[in-house]
Every structure is written in structure tokens, then in C-alpha cells.
Design a binder for this molecule. Structure first.
Ligand SMILES: Nc1ncnc2c1ncn2[C@@H]1O[C@H](COP(=O)(O)OP(=O)(O)OP(=O)(O)O)[C@@H](O)[C@H]1O
Length: 255
């Protein structure tokens, strides 16, 4: 069941933490030109499933993934897959902004440097500027690039982390509750940024905030108890959910 423009295809994915199964037989396609939101009550497996898309579960002791996940048709769990390259192609932004304790410039330059993306200092500086521009942070930091990334406000730090992901020219950006530590103004800026970045990168966002899912995404996936209950157009899901469990969740019957 391959849909057009599928950037990532996941088929029959199961995830276990030791003996406990956290994801049950989930199949889902992420389209290139859309923002996909993962919603569902706490502990339903949103973050676990998100991490299967760039093999971040590999870093968790005892976690085991079954099933088929492909990026442009390429099996990301194949033995030949270079996981460092994969995570550059499928970048990630976390709940809590986590800039390196280095300068703003270095935070963004680090990835391109280790991936050999710049042939000269000037080219590296261009990549840093372009990434900060795209992350909507350039004007605020252009005169203080040598200051520490950790000295920025929370919202700026999160945009710096987005710039850092962008700098290695990813194809997909995974965001795990990127606004949960931010105030409403900083949140609005990240939401605007997500809309600006749509089309250039396939974006997947985990969010607890249903208004946020409705504002930023074109597709929504609703998870419950490790299952994908419903997946479809965001507008349809929020106005006319097919499944009773989705309806209960979006009307706030459980949280
Ligand atoms: N590192 C881990 N080791 C063991 N169990 C884990 C681990 N991470 C998550 N789990 C369990 O897997 C299930 C799914 O967790 P996950 O964090 O993916 O859910 P979530 O929907 O993202 O939750 P939240 O919205 O609270 O972040 C939960 O039961 C959780 O306790």
C-alpha cells in the first residue's frame, strides 16, 4: 500500500522494551510535502514510534524494533545502513532544547564539519548563516555568533537546535514535543517556523497539544496503547473522526 510521495514508509512495526511491547503492528507513511502530527495520551507510544524513524531506539538499552521502515524505499534497519548518515538525513529536535555548550556558530557548524559538507571556512560560514536564517534566528544572533548557545532564551535555543538539524541538509525532521518547554510566544514562533519549513523537509511532530496539531499539520496519527488507531487528514480527523477512541480523545474524554 505505497502512497505517492511517501518519504518514509513504516510497515508492521513492533517495538519492545524488554518483555513489554510499546508499539503494536503500526504501519504509516510520512509524506514528503506534509507535516505529520502524532497525538495520543501519555504513554501511548508516540515518542517510541517517532524514534523508530531514525533508529534512535538503538540508543536505548533493551529496546527492540521489528518491522520494515524505509526512507525513499531504502531499508533503514539494513545492516549496511550507516546510522550516523541516517540521523543526518532524518534529523531530530527534542522536547527540551539541548544546544551543545559551545558557541552559537559552533552549534550549527559542528554537523556540516563532521559530515564534510563545507570545502572552506567561507562555505561553512554560509551554511551556518543559511541554517540560522531558515530557523528564523539569524537576525537575533548574527552579532553574537561567538556567544554560548546555552545563553539564549529557551525559544531561541530550540530554534538553534532546529538550525543545527537543518545545517546537515536533512530530508526529514522529527520533532518530539518541541514546544513543551516553551512559553506561548516562543511556541507560536516555532509553529510558524514549522509552517515555513513545510515542503522543504518532511516533518513529523509529536504533540500533546491538539490545537497545535490542528494548526501545523496536514496529516494526523492518533495512537492509543501502542496502536495506531486512526491516521488521516488533520482537518477530517478533528472534525469528523472515524473511530470512537479518537473522538473520545479529541473531545477531552481522556487525556
Ligand atoms: N526507555 C524505556 N524503557 C522502558 N520502557 C519505556 C522506555 N521508554 C518508553 N517506555 C514505555 O513505553 C511506552 C510508550 O512510551 P512513549 O514515551 O513512547 O509514549 P508517549 O506517547 O511518547 O508518551 P508521552 O506523551 O508521555 O511522552 C510507555 O509505557 C513507556 O513507559
Amino acid at each position: 500500500m505505497v502512497t505517492d510521495h511517501a518519504k518514509i514508509t513504516a510497515e508492521g512495526v513492533n517495538v519492545f522494551y524488554g518483555a513489554k511491547q510499546a508499539i503494536r503492528n503500526v504501519s504509516l507513511h510520512v509524506r514528503q510535502d506534509e507535516v505529520t502530527a502524532f497525538i495520543g495520551p501519555s504513554g501511548c507510544g508516540k515518542s517510541t514510534f517517532l524514534r523508530t524513524l531514525n533508529r534512535m531506539n538503538d540508543t536505548i538499552a533493551g529496546a527492540r524494533v521489528e518491522g520494515d521502515v524505509r526512507l525513499d524505499g531504502e531499508d533503514i534497519y539494513a545492516r549496511a545502513m550507516d546510522v550516523v548518515q541516517l540521523r543526518a538525513r532524518v534529523g531530530m529536535v527534542f522536547q527540551k532544547p539541548n544546544p551543545f555548550p559551545k558557541s552559537i556558530f559552533e552549534n550549527v557548524a559542528y554537523g556540516p564539519r563532521i559530515h564534510g559538507l563545507a570545502r572552506s571556512k567561507a562555505e561553512l560560514a554560509q551554511i551556518v548563516e543559511r541554517s540560522l536564517q531558515r530557523a528564523g534566528l539569524w537576525n537575533e544572533v548574527k552579532d553574537r555568533l561567538s556567544e554560548s548557545g546555552t545563553a539564549l532564551s529557551g525559544g531561541q535555543q530550540q530554534r538553534l537546535c532546529i538550525a543545527r538539524a537543518i545545517a546537515v541538509d536533512p530530508e526529514v525532521i522529527l520533532m518530539d514535543e518541541p514546544c513543551s518547554a516553551l512559553d506561548p510566544i516562543a511556541t507560536a514562533r516555532i509553529e510558524e517556523l514549522i509552517s515555513d519549513l513545510r515542503g522543504r523537509y518532511a516533518i513529523v511532530i509529536v504533540t500533546h497539544n491538539m490545537q497545535q496539531a490542528a494548526r501545523v499539520s496536514q496529516k494526523t496519527a492518533f495512537f492509543h496503547l501502542g496502536e495506531l488507531v486512526e491516521y488521516g487528514d488533520t482537518s477530517a480527523m478533528f472534525t469528523n473522526p472515524r473511530e470512537e477512541r479518537t473522538k473520545d480523545y479529541i473531545t477531552g474524554r481522556y487525556g
